[in-house]
Design a protein around this ligand. Sequence first.
Ligand code: SF4
Length: 213
Amino acid sequence: MSAQIGIGFVTQPLNHDQLQPMADFAADVGVDFLDLRKDEVDVTDQLTSQQLATVRDQLIAIRTKAVRGDYGATRIDLADELVSLANGQRVARTRTSECLAEYFRPTISPFGILAPCDLKAEPRFAASSFNLGVVKRSRVPELVASLPGQFVADACAQCMPSSRTGNAVYAKLLADHAEGIRPTHQPFLVTQEHPDLPAVAAAAGLRDGGAGK
Ligand code: SF4
């Protein structure tokens, strides 16, 4: 597989009018894709209704040009949350009972502090109550072994959508596991092994004949 090169553009109040120029630029330089999205910590909540209208108009223009083929081989991805924001629709984000990011997004800060996620390793959002250990004082295997005993609530107001999604996915996988559904029976793995089966059919088939019994 050959490597792909793309551009990620995070819409914020200061650059809200640069989406269309960025799409043109991405096509001009010939990157494989452009990902247009909103920021993860909701500074886009500060966009005025006029600025939102500017974003919306640009997204419509970009979509029109993309459908027409004006961007050539460059794929343009309009993130769902950016489209929702531009349309004035609030996104409902449910939370889980426990944050499990320490297993899928652990981060060691420049000071050697192990945090459950990269957000909590940033000076702006770090807090001592989220310190899971210090690499200078403990070896990494010891820190990893201590994680199951460290509860982190899925409750940070500024939690990034990707971490919230990760927590929701992990909560679902663990709930399925408690019901006897093993990870190898999940649709995303079943369809890898049986690409000819639709995901729903593949999962249903394995649940009937496998751990779901
Ligand atoms: S809830 Fe979100 S921000 Fe808080 S520790 Fe977990 S992943 Fe990080």
